[in-house]
Design a protein around this ligand. Sequence first.
Ligand code: Q46
Ligand code: ZN
Ligand code: ZN
Length: 310
Amino acid sequence: MRCRKCNRPAVFNMRQHRLALCEIHYPEWFITQARRAIEKYRMFGRDDRLLVAVSGGKDSLALWDVLLRLGYRTDGLYIDLGIDGGARYSITSRAKVEQFAAERPSAQFTVVDIKAEYGETLPEVARRVQRGRSKPCSVCGLIKRHAMNQVAHDGGYDALATGHNLDDEVAVLFGNLLHWQTGYIARQAPVLPATHGGLARKVKPFYRLHERETAAYALITGIDYIYDECPHAVGATSLRYKGILNQMEEESPGTKLQFYQGFLRARKVGFFCEKTQEVELHPCSNCGQPTSAPGLCTFCRLWERAPVDD
Ligand code: Q46
Ligand code: ZN
Ligand code: ZN
C-alpha cells in the first residue's frame, strides 16, 4: 500500500476514510484533523492558556503533543489516584507523563497527589464509602472532576482539554441512548461551556479521531505511553459498548463517525433540548467550588464520611 500524498510506502491505512498515509503524512493529517476540530468549534484561541488532563495513556499524551506542536500555551495536569491493581498502574502512568515532559522543554505540568493531599488513595476512599460496590469508578469520576476544575480555576486557565476520542464519545452516546438518559445526551458535546465561574470550559479536540488513529499517531511519533488500561476498567460497560461498536465498524467502516456526526447534527437543530432547570449553585464552604448541595460539596463530603459496613 502506498501513501496517497507522496506514493512512498504507507504505514497506516484508514478504511473508513479510504486513505493510506506514510510516516510523514500521517502525523500531518492527524494534526490537521485536530486543528480543524479546534477551529470549527472555536474551542480556544491563540491567547488562551490551556490545561490538558493527562493520564499517561495514548490519547491524552497525543493531545498534549499536538497542542504543543500547534503552538498553544498548554500545561499538563496529572492526577495521581494511587491505583496499584498489582501492576503499579499509577506509578507507571505518572512515569510516562514525567518522561513525556522531560523530553519537551516547554511541557510543564502539575501533579495532584490524592493520597498526599487528602490522606487516602482512590481505592482506599472508595472502599470506605461504597457499600458492596466493587468498582471505584464513580468516586474516581468525582475526584477527577473536582481536581480538574480546581487546578483550572486556581491556575487561571481558559479551557480544560481532554483526550476523549471518537470511540469514547460514541460509546458514551450509545450507552446514554440505550437508557434514554436525555439529560446526559443533551450535555454531550465537543465543547462544554463554563456554566459557572468556578467550573472550567471543557473541550475535546480529538472527538472525530478514532482510538486506533491516536494510537497510530503516538506510535509513529515515538510517544511512549502506558499500554495497560486502568485495572478497574476490566469488565466496564463502556468497554463492552466499544466492542459492539468496533464489530459494526469492522463490517461497515465509517459507522462510528456517521453515528456521532448524525447526533451532532440532530443536537444542533434542537433534537435533544436540555430542559433548563435553574439549579441554584453556591460556593462549597470548604473548597469554594460551585455546588447545589447545602454546605459542603459532594467531593468535600467524601472525605468526612464514616466507613460503611459491608
Ligand atoms: S474511572 Fe475507573 Fe477509569 Fe478511574 S478507576 Fe480506573 S477505570 S481510571 S477512566
Ligand atoms: Zn506520504
Ligand atoms: Zn468542596
